[in-house]
Design a protein around this ligand. Structure first.
Ligand SMILES: [Zn+2]
Length: 290
């Protein structure tokens, strides 16, 4: 990285002099780097202008999930959910990010019961009483990405599954409270894995969250099984998802060898996931999509 002179324009694109903009930030990052902390590169630090654009993308993403919430219920197929997501996203000027992403055939992921994530909507899968389903929406608007997912309980869901869904949501909320400048990704993982384990559940380790905003999937990989005080430094401007996958049984997962997308729990126990997109700010955090 080139050292800027104090009077030069800042690297972040704000148009302000470096001295008055990110000079102090860079000094702090340098200090952490010397202590061998994993620090984010400049390319991961969102500028205020970028954040505004990403928020517009997220407005669509949230509206689409709200629309799904209004319609989802027993008797609906997951392909019908996909149709709602596609139509609502396009109507609002966005593009569903999953569609054709690395060959993914649909606009949304629908993951039911023992499916951990990346379930493919299908005309053959009818939602039935007692199912729990994760609907994972991601939107592109003018090249800016938003990403969040919610759980839905279909009809009468048994108490064990209800608890799994509730505890997983609590995990995300507790993780969010740990998002503060100059903390660590591991601080988030620590409270999440602790809360899941205390309730008798396990946390998937192979799949996690990710940086997001300018790309669908950016650095860093966000693990929920690493220790407190480890992992990437939470510098203001870093944006990523909190999306733990919590299993009722063991933490092992397997990917479907036929479609190469659908991830199941190895022991076929139910799994739940909630996802929010969050920005590290100067004094805490801001939830961008939910
Ligand atoms: Zn700057």
């Amino acid at each position: 990285m080139r050292r800027l002179k104090p009077e030069e324009k800042c690297w972040c694109g704000s148009g302000d002099m470096y001295r008055d903009c990110h000079a102090a930030f860079d000094k702090k990052i340098d200090m952490y780097r010397k202590k061998h902390v994993k620090v984010p590169g400049r390319d991961l630090i969102k500028t205020p202008q970028q954040v505004e654009m990403i928020k517009k993308s997220a407005q669509i993403n949230v509206a689409v999930l709200d629309t799904v919430a209004e319609h989802i219920g027993p008797g609906m197929t997951t392909l019908e959910i996909d149709e709602i997501v596609y139509q609502e996203t396009v109507k609002r000027g966005g593009v569903p990010a999953p569609l054709n992403y690395n060959g993914f055939p649909r606009s949304v992921c629908t993951s039911i019961n023992e499916v951990v994530c990346h379930g493919i909507p299908s005309a053959d899968r009818v939602l039935k009483d007692g199912d729990i389903v994760n609907v994972d929406c991601s939107t592109i608007l003018d090249g800016y990405f938003s990403d969040s997912s919610r759980m839905f309980e279909i009809g009468d869901v048994d108490e064990d599954k209800k608890k799994l869904v509730r505890v997983t949501k609590e995990c995300v909320e507790m993780g969010l409270e740990k998002v503060k400048p100059w903390g660590y990704l591991g601080d988030i993982a620590d409270v999440i894995s602790r809360h899941a384990n205390e309730n008798g559940f396990s946390v998937v380790k192979e799949i996690g969250g990710h940086g997001v905003g300018l790309e669908f999937h950016e650095e860093p990989f966000v693990s929920y099984v690493i220790r407190k005080g480890t992992g990437m430094l939470l510098a203001p401007g870093l944006m990523f998802t909190i999306e733990p996958m919590i299993n009722m049984g063991g933490q092992g997962v397997v990917t479907d060898s036929n479609d190469n997308w659908t991830v199941y729990t190895r022991d076929r126990s139910p799994s739940a996931q909630w996802e929010i997109q969050v920005l590290v700010t100067e004094d805490g955090h801001e939830v961008i999509s939910w």
